[in-house]
Design a binder for this molecule. Structure first.
Ligand SMILES: [Zn+2]
Length: 310
């Protein structure tokens, strides 16, 4: 039997990790494993005592795809003052880790302070290597290009004088400087043998696209408002989790009297319910769908103190 077992190649090793097996089969016993092998449509787990366990490979592949492209909560990649990704150059952006929103008091972490110090200065660095090294040094975040890097202004190309067919410029490839994306890229052809047509992705890519989609929908809504001032508006507030807790507090007030309305024209949205960071994406989508433009409460001076008791 053992002869038919195939050692995992580098691409399969990225897919069939012990963590992905456990995510697929929560009862999976991770101890005493001597090796993982592919055989037909199965992943075969060989134990130290010589016993074997066969698991359907396609279910673990689905977990790998779902987990790799999962959507982190809204606050996971916001910089200081709820700042979203900032454009760098060559169609790349800097996406910051949400250090400020992890727990109460994490604004004092060295990482958060380094973000504050650097957030407006990334554009001063013109080398991609230097920028990525800086981001890694303080674990600030990642350099990401969801639509692929553009060629630099200095890439001078006038095509060919001969009749030979011009070499076509390769399609821009998306990019993220995180470890997961780099790993997938380095063994892509082997991953594609297992998952035909697979393209690398990561949670930063998913978050970025969701954030961009939200910004687009929000600005379309503002465009449609008379004088570009929202009469239906919401203001939100977020308190990160206390130490030892998982969930922060996400609270919303709303008005139909205009975004500049005084505080007494605003009402709490479902005051009897407690929302947290995992509710934010869904609530934003739903507000915009109902025609309410969301604002961070810090952006509206007239109601900035509304949440001091939350
Ligand atoms: Zn990434």
């Amino acid at each position: 039997m053992i002869e038919q077992l195939m050692q995992l190649n580098d691409g399969q090793s990225v897919i069939f990790t012990r963590s992905n097996i456990r995510r697929t089969f929560p009862d999976f016993d991770e101890t005493d494993i001597s090796g993982l092998y592919r055989s037909g449509s199965d992943l075969v787990v060989l134990r130290n005592d010589g016993s074997q366990q066969s698991l359907p490979a396609d279910q673990i592949i689905k977990t790998f795809k779902d987990y790799t492209s999962r959507l982190p909560d809204f606050f996971s990649y916001l910089g200081p003052n709820y700042r979203g990704p900032s454009i760098w150059r060559n169609n790349c952006y800097v996406i910051l880790k949400g250090w400020n929103y992890q727990k109460q008091g994490t604004t004092n972490l060295i990482n958060s302070k380094a973000q504050n110090r650097w957030v407006d200065k990334f554009v001063c660095l013109d080398s991609e290597e230097k920028l990525i090294a800086l981001l890694n040094q303080f674990d600030l975040g990642y350099l990401i290009s969801p639509d692929g890097k553009s060629l630099g202004r200095t890439d001078f190309s006038i095509g060919s004088d001969t009749d030979e067919e011009e070499e076509s410029t390769p399609e821009p490839q998306p990019f993220c400087s995180c470890g997961s994306y780099k790993r997938q890229q380095s063994v892509l052809s082997e991953i594609q043998q297992e998952i035909p047509g697979y393209q690398p992705t990561c949670k930063h890519m998913t978050w970025f696209k969701k954030y961009r989609e939200l910004l687009v929908k929000r600005s379309q809504l503002i465009e449609s408002c008379r004088g570009h001032v929202a009469s239906n508006a919401t203001a939100w507030y977020y308190a990160p989790p206390n130490v030892g807790e998982q969930h922060g507090k996400f609270a919303i007030i709303y008005t139909k009297q205009g975004q500049m309305a005084p505080l007494n024209k605003w009402r709490y949205y479902r005051p009897e319910e407690t929302f947290n960071q995992h509710d934010a994406w869904g609530l934003f989508d739903s507000m915009i769908e109902k025609g309410f433009v969301p604002f961070p409460s810090t952006a509206l001076p007239s109601i900035a103190h509304a949440f001091k008791n939350v």
